[in-house]
Structures are given as structure tokens and as C-alpha cells.
Design a binder for this molecule. Structure first.
Ligand SMILES: NC(=O)c1ccc[n+]([C@@H]2O[C@H](COP(=O)([O-])OP(=O)(O)OC[C@H]3O[C@@H](n4cnc5c(N)ncnc54)[C@H](OP(=O)(O)O)[C@@H]3O)[C@@H](O)[C@H]2O)c1
Length: 314
């Protein structure tokens, strides 16, 4: 089968589209015929060798943390999943990924794919959808009637965060540049602040319960977000290379989020999708053989929105 792998860390051209053995599922695993994986920005950092501590992959490594596809073979002891099922999942980040025609997955990370979107498009959901969900609800404890600020709502995580927060009954204030503002508004934001012209700290006058930072702002801008949060509230940040700000005197906690795979939560996102309450947006569909070019474009900042990567299985 075809897979994309890198044999050494480095620039995007270390990614090779090559022939590898089709994997055989072990106990507790299933083999999936991949409809798509997706590109996540962490993929570039893993490929570049910058994540060797937290995400120790074995070389040669196949990237691709998200998977959507069809179960094609079962290992021993797998219950509740059958050959032919369409599934979606967030694969172990240090394991062999889904930038391939087939991938193995532990059965427990998988859930049924949404029926209301094309199977390949469902690969746009797991990692970024779970990041948004866990930021808002596991860490932010967001509830109906609360106010949430989503800084960096114009990106892939932000699109889901705005929708999920609005769906939960929160008042959503979002920052977005001109290229993203319409999408963020249509995702349900009540107020949209253009971060290219306006400082969010200048326009948010009533405190928020939860501030979510998804943007690569400078540390001073990140620190300023804490001043917008009410006493006892929380700042959750996904840009973990800068610590989330906190204010002990006012009991505002700062939380650095590290997303984790969770099939039950993913099933909730799938259910919301199938009820028409969560839109899965796909900005681009890129052939597997062009993954190296996609990484190069991402490194130049030339990728906007969620990109899925599609193998051409015969
Ligand atoms: N820690 C974790 O577990 C975890 C998990 C997932 C993602 N992440 C990280 O979380 C961040 C968001 O992920 P993503 O996939 O949504 O990234 P993304 O698609 O690149 O979106 C980031 C967005 O931030 C906006 N932005 C840029 N500069 C800004 C500024 N100064 N103020 C406000 N917004 C600004 C841009 O939107 P505009 O179009 O509005 O300019 C951009 O689309 C990334 O840094 C990613 O690496 C971390």
C-alpha cells in the first residue's frame, strides 16, 4: 500500500510517498481503509523534530492523527465494531498515523462516523473538535448564560469552539481577521472583534467567565486576556509554548490545554453533527501524494482552515 513517511526529522521534503507493507491488526486493534486524514499544525512540529519529548515517534514515521475510514479487518478481542463500519478517530499521537491507504487503530479510540457529511470530511473533526470541546467544557466548565471570549476564532479549532459555545447557550465574543469574520459570524458568534484593527481588551468591557486563547499572539497580549475574566473565571490556552496567564488574587486560573483522544466525547460531536448542530468545515482536500507540498505551504503560513488529506485507494 501507499503511505507517506519521514525517515529523518527535517523540512517538509523529508516526507516521502512510498510503498509499505499493509499492516495486520493485533489484539484490540482494527484496520481501517482510510478515507482521509487531516493536517494539524502539530504535524509540522513532529516532522521537524520539535516534539521528541512529548510525542516520541519511531522513525520512519507516518503522520496523520485524525482518521475517517471504513473498518477492513479486526484483531482479536474487538467487540462492538464490524468490518464495513464507517468510523472516525483521534489516533495515538506517537503511533503510526493515517497518512496512508490503511492504518491500524486501537478499537477504543474509534466511534461511528457522522452520516450527514461525506466520510472523508469527517477527518476534519477529531483533533480540533475535541480541542474545542475540552477547552470549553472540561477546562472552562462553560454553562448556558455565561460569556466566553474566543481569541483566534478564525482557525480550525475556533470554528468548532464558536459553534459549541453557542450551542451550549453561551454569549460568544470572538476575534477574527477580515478573511475569517464572516465564517465566525455564521458559526454563531454574537460579537466579532477584528484583531487586525482593534485590541480585544479595549472593546470587551463586561467581564467574561471563560477566555479561550487559540491564537499565536505575543505573550503580552496573552497576559492581557486575564484582565477580561471575572473573579473565579478561567483562561484556557492551546498555545502551550506560552504559559496561560492567571491572577491568584482574583482566583482566575490559567490552564494550558493538551488535547487527548476521547471516543465518548467524539461520539457527542458526531451526534451534534448529525443533528445539524455542528458544521464540519473543510477548506481543502489534498491528495496523499501531495502531503509534502501541503506541509511546505503550512510552514509558510499559506494554509487557512481545515485541510483533509485523501489517499486514492483502488
Ligand atoms: N495544545 C493542544 O493540544 C492543541 C490542540 C490543537 C491546536 N493547538 C494549537 O491551537 C492553535 C489553534 O489551532 P487551529 O488549528 O485553530 O489553528 P489555525 O487554524 O492556524 O488558526 C489560528 C487562527 O488564529 C488567528 N489569529 C492569528 N493571529 C491572531 C491574533 N493576533 N489575534 C487573534 N487571532 C489571530 C488566525 O485567524 P484569522 O483568519 O482571524 O487571522 C488563525 O486562523 C494553534 O496554535 C495550534 O497549534 C493546540
Amino acid at each position: 500500500m501507499k503511505a507517506v513517511r519521514f525517515h529523518e526529522y527535517g523540512d517538509p521534503d523529508v516526507l516521502r510517498h512510498e510503498d509499505v507493507e499493509q499492516p495486520v491488526p493485533g489484539a484490540g486493534e482494527v484496520r481501517i481503509r482510510v478515507a482521509a486524514t487531516s493536517f494539524n499544525s502539530v504535524d509540522g512540529n513532529i516532522r521537524g523534530g520539535f516534539m521528541r519529548g512529548p510525542i516520541p515517534v519511531v522513525l520512519p514515521h507516518t503522520p496523520g492523527i485524525d482518521v475517517a475510514g471504513t473498518v477492513d479487518a479486526l484483531g482479536e478481542g474487538v467487540d462492538g465494531i464490524a468490518v464495513g463500519d464507517d468510523v472516525v478517530g483521534f489516533l495515538p499521537m506517537d503511533g503510526t498515523g493515517a497518512a496512508a491507504e490503511y492504518v491500524l487503530a486501537p478499537a477504543e479510540v474509534l466511534t461511528s462516523a457522522p452520516k450527514s457529511v461525506p466520510l472523508a470530511d469527517a477527518a476534519a473533526l477529531p483533533l480540533v473538535g475535541l480541542t474545542a470541546y475540552q477547552a470549553l467544557f472540561d477546562h472552562g466548565k462553560l454553562t448556558a448564560g455565561q460569556r466566553v471570549l474566543i481569541n483566534g476564532a478564525g482557525g480550525a479549532v475556533g470554528g468548532y469552539a464558536v459553534q459549541l459555545a453557542k450551542n451550549a447557550g453561551a454569549h460568544v465574543i470572538a476575534t477574527a481577521g477580515p478573511r475569517s469574520s464572516e465564517a465566525v459570524r455564521s458559526a454563531g458568534a454574537d460579537e466579532v472583534v477584528d484583531h487586525t484593527t482593534t485590541s480585544v481588551t479595549a472593546v470587551v468591557t463586561e467581564p467574561v467567565d471563560v477566555a479561550l486563547n487559540l491564537a499565536p499572539v505575543d505573550p503580552a497580549e496573552l497576559a492581557a486576556l486575564v484582565t477580561l475574566v471575572r473573579s473565579g473565571g478561567v483562561v484556557v490556552s492551546t498555545t502551550v509554548w506560552m504559559p496561560a496567564p492567571s491572577d491568584e488574587e482574583r482566583d482566575v486560573r490559567g490552564i494550558d490545554l493538551f488535547v487527548r483522544s476521547d471516543a465518548d466525547q467524539l461520539a457527542r460531536l458526531v451526534a451534534l453533527t448529525d443533528r445539524g448542530e455542528l458544521r464540519v468545515d473543510v477548506a481543502e482536500r489534498v491528495p496523499l501524494a501531495e502531503l509534502s507540498t501541503l506541509h511546505a505551504r503550512a510552514a509558510q503560513g499559506a494554509v487557512h482552515g481545515k485541510v483533509i488529506v485523501v489517499p486514492s485507494v483502488a
